[in-house]
Design a protein around this ligand. Structure first.
Ligand code: MLT
Length: 274
């Protein structure tokens, strides 16, 4: 992906890099990446969403502290990330968008539903969960934040990579492995630490699932150990009318590991909305 067409959006104390593609005849879809990645997680879906890619405007920001966005020293929270997303929509004059989030991006979609429901036309929840961190998981966040500060992004990449990708991806798609490592290595330490503490402190969203009355697509990776498909199916069942798709031979990063199947699921969902 080139950087020449990036929009720069000032959001409070951060400058966000935003990739904007396509026309908006049918509407806009905003892609929110997970931790510790960047907008290129969605590179295949940004490039083409069949069958009518030009009819959906695709918007993919780098969150504050990630990719080509700036990385303020502090102030990260799900509320702040959600406010940044709303700021991007405001700058683009988009009243409502389909919000598509992966993992931490899904936590941000929940925050948008909680704080800015009028901006959400529909939701796509990929490889994510509604539960807050357990006490153990919170301790794990603190440990990883300390590791990032002590040893930098390479140590975080070594720790995370084995659980992010499916065995089939490691075996047959070395370029995906390389891209994921590069995304992690490109995340500045304040962005790593800020996201970890924001995830540690995020609210539980399970109670709101039954109150969601929007079109929702839930996308699971069949081999995802971080957001296992059984949990995602249970989440989908708790949301009235939600669609559930399980993508085989993918772990936590379905849009990169299985781009065709992921894009097809998204296109079908969008076609029903359009
Ligand atoms: C992500 O991909 O955003 C993370 O795995 C989320 C998490 O660690 O909870």
């Amino acid at each position: 992906m080139t950087t020449h067409d990036l929009l720069r959006v000032t959001a409070d104390d951060a400058e966000l890099a935003v990739d904007v593609r396509g026309g908006s005849g049918a509407g806009s879809i905003l892609f929110i990446h997970g931790f510790p990645f960047d907008r290129s997680l969605w590179r295949h879906q940004l490039a083409a969403l069949s069958p009518s890619p030009s009819h959906w405007r695709r918007i993919a920001p780098d969150l504050r502290g990630a990719g080509a966005s700036s990385a303020p020293a502090r102030g990260y929270s799900m509320a702040r990330y959600a406010a940044d997303v709303v700021r991007v929509l405001d700058v683009l004059n988009v009243r409502q968008a389909v919000m598509c989030g992966l993992s931490m991006g899904g936590y941000i979609v929940f925050e948008l539903l909680r704080r800015h429901p009028e901006r959400v036309r529909a939701a796509v929840l990929c490889n994510t969960k509604a539960e807050a961190d357990t006490a153990d998981a919170k301790r794990g966040r603190d440990e990883m934040a300390a590791l990032a500060e002590r040893e930098g992004a390479a140590a975080v990449a070594d720790r995370l990579l084995p659980r992010l990708l499916a065995p089939a991806t490691f075996a047959a798609q070395p370029e995906v492995v390389a891209q994921v490592r590069a995304m992690i290595m490109g995340t500045p330490v304040p962005g790593l630490v800020g996201a970890l503490l924001a995830m540690r402190d995020r609210p539980d969203s399970t109670a709101m699932l039954g109150a969601i009355h929007l079109p929702v697509l839930v996308v699971a990776g069949g081999d995802d150990p971080i957001a296992p498909p059984e949990g995602m199916l249970a989440m989908a069942r708790a949301i009235a009318g939600a669609q559930f798709v399980q993508i085989p031979a993918a772990a936590h990063l379905t849009p990169l590991e299985q781009p065709l199947a992921t894009s097809r699921a998204l296109s079908d969902f969008l076609a029903d909305l359009g």
